[in-house]
Design a protein around this ligand. Structure first.
Ligand code: NAD
Length: 485
């Protein structure tokens, strides 16, 4: 395969593409080959402050633009993003490693978040409230919160961005964005589309940086920023929440998960097996709503596990740019080491390896961190893989006896992002969905995400919701106005 040319990217602050102070840059690597693919400006606190100032200065005019005009610019951006899906998908695969088909899916849904919020911009209604007194009238206005700082991870480098910045802009907020330094390229291309669509200077700004903490400190402590929206690990989310407390900012957090999937004896077993594979191995298992634990009703566990293992063995591991690849590399050495550790720990505790169980040995010049799709049975209750987010292609299977036990096991975690259940009994579908302490429950559905579906977690998986009709709410304040007649 021909080597990819190394591209260069600048920061985008106040409508200008600019270098970082002193021309500092950092390299971005393709995780499949570990080859450098781009040099990106390395901003720090000074650039973060300049971006916040630009967003602050742009806010009064942007927030006063009629919703129709904001919607129009977002629709224009959607058209540009849609026309660039193929180009963006390739960049996404080059920097993240996921199979090209998944990248196209992410770019398509990610552009869809922009269209959805263009539509929502026109619907941020206030209310006329029944008055408590004859001589008084009461209204509520919905107003944008102010400057929004968005910070995003590497596992969905496109869609995590558009589902934050599109509702913020729709609401009338201005935005400063810092994407993960592992995957800043598609983020920069998204910002280019906003620029091409004609957003005014300062309304959207991006500061790429290797110094996550330095930039986050500016965002979280600046008195000019009124809202932090973050997707990433629970650990970093807690830190940001604590830092944002100093200026009592609004905070939305989309954090880690540890999704259970429950398969009951009345399920469509083939759909459940395919669903478990789709959910666990998408993006090489590096998805916050990936199934981390598969609970199967005891009488079917052997037959069902054998089928899941067979499907896992059929998944082709390789470079995401190759058309038939189903599982790409882990993002980096740390991610790879965590998967190895979880599998080793489970096996040391008595687990049986039904598929995979080791690093993938690939032909050719792929030097990335590839791991075989792995299925484990007989996993001890205290194994790390049953409690800590693996973020990789390994799935433990655990038997259960009753519906109550399944719900108890599923809820036995500090996380509460997504959970899944396969059953054809409609009563059970309702009982289980209501009993699961999770923000998203997919019943006979391994892919419960779309622009119209609210997304967010219970417990330590986060605060607030993205998407759906409430996605824009996170960026609006409510003002009560009372009028004496
Ligand atoms: P991470 O928390 O390490 O990084 C997320 C972002 O925060 C990155 O941009 C990173 O550079 C930055 N960051 C790192 N350290 C920081 C610090 N001290 N202060 C401020 N920012 C810092 O997470 P990750 O490894 O990039 O992403 C994987 C995690 O994200 C997983 O836990 C996954 O479940 C979670 N995630 C959650 C959702 C969701 O919607 N709930 C979606 C995707 C990923």
């Amino acid at each position: 395969m021909a080597a990819t040319a190394v591209r260069t990217y600048q920061l985008y602050i106040n409508g200008e593409w600019t270098d970082a102070t002193g021309g500092r840059t950092f390299a971005v690597h393709n995780p499949a080959t570990r080859e450098p693919i781009a040099e990106v400006a390395d901003g720090g606190a000074a650039e973060a402050e300049a971006a916040v100032r630009a967003a602050h200065e742009a806010f009064p005019a942007w927030s006063k633009r009629p919703a129709d005009e904001r919607a129009e610019l977002l629709h224009k951006t959607f058209d540009l993003l849609k026309a660039r899906v193929e180009e963006h998908a390739r960049i996404l695969t080059e920097e993240n490693g996921k199979p090209l088909a998944e990248s196209k899916g992410e770019a398509t849904i990610g552009a869809g978040f922009v269209r959805w919020n263009a539509e929502e911009a026109r619907r941020a209604y206030g209310e006329v409230v029944p008055s408590p007194a004859a001589g008084k009238r009461v209204l509520t206005f919905r107003q944008p919160v102010g400057v929004v700082a968005a910070m995003t991870p590497w596992n969905f480098p496109y869609s995590m961005i558009t589902r934050k910045i599109a509702p913020a802009l729709a609401a009338g907020c201005t935005v400063v964005l810092r994407p993960s330094s592992a995957t800043p390229l598609v983020a920069l291309e998204i910002v280019r589309a906003f620029d091409d669509a004609g957003f005014p200077p300062g309304v959207v700004n991006i500061v790429t940086s290797r110094s996550a903490g330095e930039v986050a400190d500016v965002f979280a402590t600046s008195g000019l920023v009124r809202k932090i929206t973050f997707t990433g690990s629970t650990e970093v989310g807690k830190e940001l929440m604590a830092k944002a407390a100093g200026t009592v900012k609004k905070v939305s957090l989309e954090l880690g998960g540890h999704a259970p999937m429950l398969v009951f004896d009345d399920a469509d077993l083939e759909a459940a097996a395919q669903g478990a594979i789709a959910s666990r191995f998408r993006n090489a298992g590096q998805t916050c709503i990936c199934t981390n634990r598969l609970y199967v009703q005891r009488p079917l566990v052997d037959r069902f596990s054998a089928r899941v293992a067979e499907l896992a063995r059929e998944l082709k591991v390789g470079n995401g740019l190759d058309g038939d690849t189903k599982v790409g590399p882990l993002i980096d050495e740390r991610g790879f080491a965590k998967v190895e550790d979880h599998v080793r720990d489970a096996v040391a505790g008595g687990a049986t390896v039904l598929a995979g169980g080791k690093p993938a040995e690939l032909d050719g010049d792929l030097r990335g961190y590839f791991y075989e799709p792995t299925i484990l049975a007989n996993v001890a209750a205290d194994a790390k893989i049953l409690h800590d987010e693996t973020f990789g292609p390994a799935l433990p299977i655990v038997p259960f006896d009753s519906e109550e036990e399944a719900i108890r096991l599923a809820n036995d975690t500090p996380f509460g992002l997504a959970a899944y259940c396969f059953t054809r009994d409609v009563g059970r579908a309702f009982r289980v969905s209501e009993g699961l302490d999770y923000g998203i429950v997919g019943v006979n559905d391994p892919l419960p995400t779309a622009p119209q579906i609210p997304f967010g977690g219970y417990k330590e998986s986060g605060l607030g919701r993205e998407n759906g009709s409430m996605g824009i709410e996170e960026f609006l304040e409510v003002k009560a106005v009372t009028i004496g007649l």
